[in-house]
Design a protein around this ligand. Sequence first.
Ligand code: NAD
Length: 256
Amino acid sequence: MDLGLNGKRALVLGASRGLGMAIAKGLAAEGADVVAAARSVDKIAEWADGQKQVRPVKLDLSDIGEVDAVTDTLLAEGGVDIIVNNGGGPPPGTAQAAERGQWVAHFEAMAANLFHMNGRLLPSMKTRGWGRIISITSSGVEQPIPNLALSNGIRSAVVGWSKTLAGEVAADGVTVNVVMPGRIHTQRVDELDAAAAGRTGKDVAEVARASAAAIPVGRYGQPSEFASVVVFLASERASYITGSRIRIDGGAIRSV
Ligand code: NAD
């Protein structure tokens, strides 16, 4: 299947490792020109390994000055066709323990600054009559995960924004969707397992085994399995999918 991504310009946020890196690699493999953004350009340069199609860009999503500067540069170059909204996850914690300052700081980096950046990049997509906006959230937006109050709350705001925007720009050829990872094997998941092992005094391998056993597929997903779905949503072939939330979770969410 020709995905029609050749020559499309994609911005992938949080692309130094994990899901963002896998998505950036997947888009580049389909012929897209990828602006890969994260706080460490060195880490992006490492995996990009000189590929002409991948341009590393320094961007800290918690810094609105950097968000605007990168957006200015992209607009001066004619804008982008595809945006993948991704970035770091907030620390774990209960709803009762989360402090106002944490809500505000993480909402800025995970939601407000992304909404602002997408809003500035949208007009050029609308002018061209083609665009794809895909936001990485979490299975927690459908089935809130205990002890991840900041993530459950803030990512739900991303879902509300995405669905509202989808209706506004559907007639302009711009699709807007959300993907929900369950447990995809990245460094972050290893770090979360290590933290859980520390909290419970269990062995990390035991924690990971129990976590995988709770997933109907019986294992963590691979970043490439996740990226394949995002690349498809970014493609020409996904032109009639908008305003949707797509689970990529090996069946982990129990509701239909
Ligand atoms: P990760 O921590 O491995 O990667 C996150 C990426 O975002 C990295 O490139 C990191 O450098 C970048 N980043 C962090 N803070 C940033 C900032 N302020 N500005 C710009 N970039 C920043 O996580 P991942 O496993 O690849 O997951 C990606 C996102 O999906 C995270 O938000 C994560 O919480 C969420 N998620 C992942 C899973 C999973 O199974 N992997 C499940 C649910 C939710």
